[in-house]
Each structure stands twice: as C-alpha cells, then as structure tokens.
Write a protein that binds this ligand. Structure first.
Ligand SMILES: Cc1ncc(COP(=O)(O)O)c(C=O)c1O
Length: 382
C-alpha cells in the first residue's frame, strides 16, 4: 500500500506501509493474510492486547444496553470505573474526571491546578510531550510545537533541563500553578526521569503550594509494571493524567487528583459531552480487570527483563525506560533498523532521538514474542 493512500485524508501522518485488517493480542493480520508482530502496541494503546475478548464483550454488551448518555445523568458503569481507578492509584489520588484524549486530560489538569492555586504559570521539562491543544503545546518541547503554541497565543511554560534537580527547585516559586512531568518521556525514546529529580519536583511543589502533575498518558496503566508510573518511582503527584492504554482502544482521557486539588471544584468547572460515556467506561473497566486477573503487570516486568537481557546479548549498549516502554540505543539510525524490522513483519517505533528505537508492545507481550522480536533484531543488526 502507498503511504497516505487517499487524498481524502489530510497528509499529516507518516504511515507505515501495511494495510491491517485484524489484530489479536500482539499479532496483526494484513489484507494479504500475513501475520505481523506488534511491538508498537497500536501507539501504546492496546494495553491488554488488540481486541481482547473480554474488552470486546464488555463493549458489545454495554452498547446493546445503553450506547450513550452524558454525565448529565449518573451511570453505574462510570461510577464503577472511577472507583476502580481510585482504588488502583497511590496515596490520596482518588477523585476522577473523564474526558476523551490525552491532550484534553492535560488541559483539564491545568484548569484544576489554576483554579486551586489562583495562579497561572506552568513549569515543564525539556523533552516532555503533552499533546496538541494550546495548553498542552505550551508545555511541550520542540521548536515546531513551541511555534504552534505561539500561533495559538498561549504563553510558553518555563522549561527545566531534563533531570536537573537544582533547576526544578529554582523554577518552582509562588507564581507557579503546576509542574507537569512525564516520568518516562515516551517521545524521547523512553527516557526515564531520575527518582531524585521527581522527588525534588515533589518537594518544590509542596513547599510552594503548586500542583505536581504526572503525565502518564504513555507510561501509565500498568506499562511500567506498576499500575501508575508514580508507584514505580515512589513519588506521588497531585494529579495523574491517563489516556492511551486505559480503555485498550476506545478514546478516553482521565485526570485522577487528590482531595487537595479537588477542593472547591464545583458544578460547571469542567465538562465534556462524551467524557465518561458508558461504552468506553465498560471497555476500560474490563481492561483493568484483564490487567489484574491475567497478571499483566507481572508479565511486563518479566518480559521487560527478557528484552533487556536479549538486547545486551546482541551488543546493544543501553536500554532506557521502564517495563514495556523501552528505548534501545543503537549504533546506527533507529529509523533504518525500524524499516528493516518491518521487512521481517515486526512493527516498532522510532523517537525524537535518532539513535533510539522505541518499544511499547501490549502488556501481554509473551516471552516467545519477545524472542521473536530479538531474533529479528539479531538478523537486522548482524
Ligand atoms: C505523554 C503523552 N502525553 C500526551 C499525549 C497526547 O495524547 P492524545 O494524542 O490522546 O491527545 C501523548 C500522545 O502521544 C503522549 O504520549
């Protein structure tokens, strides 16, 4: 298939030249019946795998019962999902707002922080990526995003150099509403923050009365081997934003916050027509149950270790990231290795770092699938 096969779609994506018609677990099938291994996880979305039968069943059953009603009416399935998230998040993170995407979750987190602190300014970290809506762009690194933020008229956040403990301490003063950090920077090739840096951010926010937001849109929902990346680092923020892997394929965003951040929130402060709709909530709830009941977070830790060890055997000097958000630092351009793996019907990702190949397979990626990925890598790198 040619790239961007129809002019009816805006040509804003560099598409992989494969025509996928179905997927189960970590396997995809193309229009010619060929099987592919998906180490890209549908862009880190297919957390319990593609089309997990329990998620599909939950969607079908809920769709047959009630396809939609907005949050103008209370729905047991929405309340069940909010409770399930509150139970799984660490510390006092137990209040939830649902929306439809990652960028929207971040925008709502900023709105909550600004309201609670009566301040405006945001602090972010160099290399972080937070979405394409104006507020999200204002905290996203990279010349093209900063230019897009300027075009939308939003002031840019203060950028702190990656893992610079002194800089984060210095940047957070009593004008700052929130600090947003991706604990594992996906677009940078799964570059993980140091625990010291996250602790310094926590301390600075607590001292100055600013909100600490973890953007876990890519690294959350079990991907680090803990339900939240926050637990994996042992640092608890005031807000966690989630999206991608939460409903394993249906569009959802969520902001989970503490009672401190929720104080004073009143009717009309936030809103979203589709946010927290019954079908997406049923999908997310089934997905969370699958992650728990099938031991997928334990699997993440085991398979992550297998990939790290295998990569070392192949002479790959550095593997960054956590769990199943990994970046393999190669001795040649990652894009060429990605293309060569593609020839072996293995789908992987690149990153902003030209030497780093990004892996974000389903949390159910099996040891045998990791071995198939490593075999293909061995052939490509030899
Ligand atoms: C860390 C992070 N934050 C925010 C977003 C934006 O999410 P969405 O595309 O759902 O708006 C993404 C998407 O790639 C992301 O990886």
């Amino acid at each position: 298939m040619p790239l961007n096969a129809t002019p009816a779609l805006l040509p804003v994506y560099a598409q992989m030249p494969v025509h996928v018609v179905s997927g189960h677990g970590s396997r995809l099938v193309d229009a010619d019946g060929n099987e592919w291994l998906d180490a890209y996880g549908g862009h880190a979305v297919a957390s319990s795998g593609h089309s997990h039968p329990r998620v599909v069943q939950a969607i079908a059953s809920q769709a047959g019962q009630l396809l939609f009603y907005s949050a103008a009416i209370s729905l047991p399935i929405r309340e069940a999902l909010a409770t399930a998230l509150a139970e799984r998040c660490p510390g006092a993170l137990d209040r939830v707002f649902f929306c439809n995407s990652g960028a929207e979750a971040n925008e709502n987190a900023f709105a909550l922080a600004r309201k609670r602190t009566a301040r405006q300014h945001l602090v972010s970290v160099e290399g972080g990526w937070h979405g394409r809506t104006p507020g999200a762009l204002s905290v996203t690194s990279g010349a093209r995003y900063e230019e897009a933020a300027r075009r939308s008229g939003v002031p840019l956040s203060t950028r702190v150099p990656f893992n610079d403990v002194d800089a984060i301490r210095a940047a957070v003063d009593d004008t700052v509403a929130a600090v947003i950090i991706e604990p594992v920077q996906g677009i940078q090739g799964a570059r993980d923050c140091s625990v010291e840096f996250l602790r310094a951010a926590r301390e600075a926010c607590s001292t100055q009365g600013a909100a600490l937001i973890f953007d876990e849109i890519q690294c959350g929902v079990g991907r680090t081997g803990s339900f939240t990346a926050a637990e994996s680092f042992g640092v608890t923020p005031d807000a966690i934003t989630m999206a991608k892997g939460l409903a394993a394929g249906l569009p959802i965003g969520a902001v989970v916050i503490t009672p401190w951040l929720a104080e004073g929130v009143a009717v009309g402060d936030l809103g979203s027509t589709f946010g927290g709709g019954p079908v997406v909530c049923a999908a997310a709830l089934a997905n969370l149950e699958v992650i728990d009941e099938e031991g997928l977070m334990e699997n993440v830790l085991q398979v992550s270790e297998r990939i790290r060890n295998g990569a070392r055997t192949l002479g790959i000097a550095e593997v960054q990231g956590r769990g199943l958000l990994l970046g393999l630092r190669l001795d040649r351009p990652a894009a060429s290795v990605q293309r060569a793996l593609f020839e072996h019907r293995v789908i992987t990702g690149t990153s902003a770092d030209p030497d780093v190949l990004r892996l974000m397979p389903p949390l159910s990626f099996a040891p045998a699938e990791a071995d198939r990925l490593l075999d293909a890598l061995a052939k490509v790198l030899s």
